[in-house]
Design a protein around this ligand. Structure first.
Ligand code: KG4
Ligand code: ZN
Length: 363
């Protein structure tokens, strides 16, 4: 079974093509909008939606080309139907009409798409694109939960895994600890009560004058730090639950930045301390969950999981305790559609009627 997978949950236009059994990624494309959003210091949903409309067809063509599945062929497509599906996606309509009427239907069995969580306007563009392709190529749609995909991203490279596993999701919008009893059997143990870990990176970066996205910028700056000029709290590190809170960390960083002149040394020290504060809390709480539930494997996923220092320290601490720590390559931690294809293969949630769910939760 061959699956085409789409993710437009935030600011990256992601398309991948994969075989389900055995699972194999045939091609994987991500078109980043980072430069555009950098000007505004964050993601603007309506701007991101317009970019997805412009990017989706070129990214699809690139993905099919890499998979050697792109063939020219004149087709009579039902333009009226396409127009109804894409009535809110004017830019996309023209591109897709041209593509579908001049390309042969590739050998694909299903199309998977992220339905949530994410930004509602950008999710809709991905869903409408999927609906249009599904209609014209007559292939079924599989709905995918973006968080489940981050959670399972480890399996992209380590196919044989035993459950139960403790999963830590650390992305721009989410910080959650999950007990994965098996695929499709999840229990949320705890989550952030305010900001997500990625959001903390992004907000603190902004406070000290670093660009969006804050995570990679802070990690780079932290490496240069030579003196400790600032100390930040480790919110909720010793609480008995599995919840997190990062907004106090951001506030502490803001006060410290107001009290001090933001010199190069201060910026580097703040980056290192903020990163370490986030790392300390994430590791402590995740290992506590693994111990409490007597689970011997930890999975980590989501954009923040690309952080080198976090990966290194997690591995060291887990190994010492005889816990297996697993994380995908950085390019599969940040948003991508390879993880969407994998999740669709493992959880074939076919949908006749599909719509967004920006607040979708794991079940
Ligand atoms: O998973 P993701 O790509 O998108 C969401 O689903 O939110 O996560 C994006 C988040 C951003 O907050 C970004 O700053 C953070 O991941 N991030 C990082 C790193 N790379 C991306 N945080 C820390 N270190 C990194 N290397
Ligand atoms: Zn994500």
């Amino acid at each position: 079974m061959k699956i085409l997978a789409i993710d437009t949950s935030c600011d990256d236009t992601c398309i991948a093509l994969a075989n389900c059994k055995p699972f194999e990624i045939i091609s994987n494309t991500v078109s980043s909008q980072v430069e555009l959003h950098q000007e505004y210091g964050g993601v603007y949903p309506s701007l991101a939606r317009r970019e997805h409309q412009k990017n989706l067809v070129p990214v699809l063509i690139k993905t099919l080309k890499k998979a050697k599945l792109l063939k020219k062929q004149q087709n009579n497509i039902d333009e009226k139907k396409l127009k109804i599906i894409l009535k809110r996606e004017e830019i996309l309509f023209n591109d897709l009409k041209e593509f579908l009427s001049s390309s042969a239907k590739p050998k694909i069995d299903a199309i998977a798409v992220t339905v949530g969580p994410g930004l509602d306007p950008t999710l809709w563009t991905g869903i409408n694109f999927t609906k249009a392709i599904s209609k014209i190529w007559n292939i079924p749609i599989i709905a995918v939960n973006h968080i489940e995909a981050h959670l399972l991203s480890v399996l992209l490279e380590n196919k044989k895994q035993k459950f139960p596993v403790i999963g830590l999701i650390v992305s721009g919008g989410h910080t959650q600890l999950v007990l994965i009893k098996d695929i499709k059997k999840y229990k949320i143990l705890g989550e952030t009560r305010d900001d997500a870990a990625g959001e903390a990176f992004d907000k603190i970066a902004r406070i000290i004058g670093l660009p969006y996205p804050g995570g990679p910028a802070i990690s780079k700056e932290a490496k240069e730090s030579k003196k400790q000029l600032v100390k930040l709290p480790r919110p909720m590190i010793n609480t008995k639950d599995y919840d997190f809170s990062f907004s106090g960390l951001k506030t502490a960083a803001l006060y410290a930045s107001k009290k001090n002149k933001i010199t190069k040394d201060f910026r580097q020290s703040m980056a290192k301390e903020a990163q370490q504060a986030i790392i300390d809390v994430l590791i402590k709480k995740t290992i506590k969950a693994a111990k409490d539930f007597n689970v011997k494997t930890i999975f980590m996923g989501g954009g923040v999981a690309a952080n080198q220092e976090l990966r290194k320290q997690f591995k060291e601490k887990s190994n010492k305790l005889g816990i297996k720590f697993q994380v995908a390559k950085p390019k599969f931690c940040t948003d991508n559609a390879a993880m969407i294809a994998l999740t669709a293969c493992l959880n074939k949630n076919y949908k006749k009627r599909i719509s967004t769910n920006p607040n979708l939760r794991l079940k």
